[in-house]
Design a binder for this molecule. Sequence first.
Ligand code: UDP
Length: 252
Amino acid sequence: MADRVSFLNTNFDRMSESEAVDLLLTRLLKRQGGRVYYGNAHTMVTAAKDPALAQALEKSDLLLADGSGVRWGSALLGTPLVYNLNGTDLVPSLCKSGAAKGLSVYLLGAKPKVAEEAAAKLKKAYPGLVIAGTQHGYFSEAETPQILEAIRAARPHLLLVAMGVPLQEIWIDKYASFLPGITCMGVGGLFDFVAERVARAPYFIRSVGMEWLWRLAMEPNRLWHRYIIGNLVFLRLVLTYAFTLNSGEQTT
Ligand code: UDP
């Protein structure tokens, strides 16, 4: 059963992958629009120092728990988020279930050509899926109105925004209101994985919650700060929160 759970002062939606796919597909096909994000340890650490990201998360229609850090930290604080969801697993499931129902998606983000390659792979895997359009994620503020207009005109059910944390959440927060009826979802490196530009961790590594270690090994220069320093900062955030909770309980 889905429910809202507060973790580090942020409201998450606790649900299994199949519950999330069912809920999202219903919302998408009814063209309800909205903002959907995944929150992992990196998201929480970034939100702690970036008010624009914290505010975007606060305004989410759906915030799904992503990664071992959030699962572990939320269990420690007594509000276990239990499930580990991420766009890389959930989007293909959504496309699979939605293809027969005419689901249409627009891919926005990643380096030039990657969104097109990812769109072609998705279309091949799920032939009924409608690719409403693609656009790389390296554009200027001045180009944004034109890009928004192209997305509005294409009228996808789902806009996948793959520009990384916090850029994608802040972009969605700023522009979702210009895209009525279109659900916007932040999906990080999804297009790089789908286009097979970046290799995903083998299943057994993912199943033991160690995908982050694989990604670190693949791109150490880019990711060491996020995973080594970031995970320590996340640990400190959780322990500080636990300590504050505990001392609050003792004084009441
Ligand atoms: N990206 C983008 N525009 C930018 C910066 C990044 O489209 O201005 C893309 C980048 O090419 C990559 C994705 O955003 O495809 C971020 O991937 P990452 O693996 O860092 O995502 P996360 O770990 O946040 O899910």
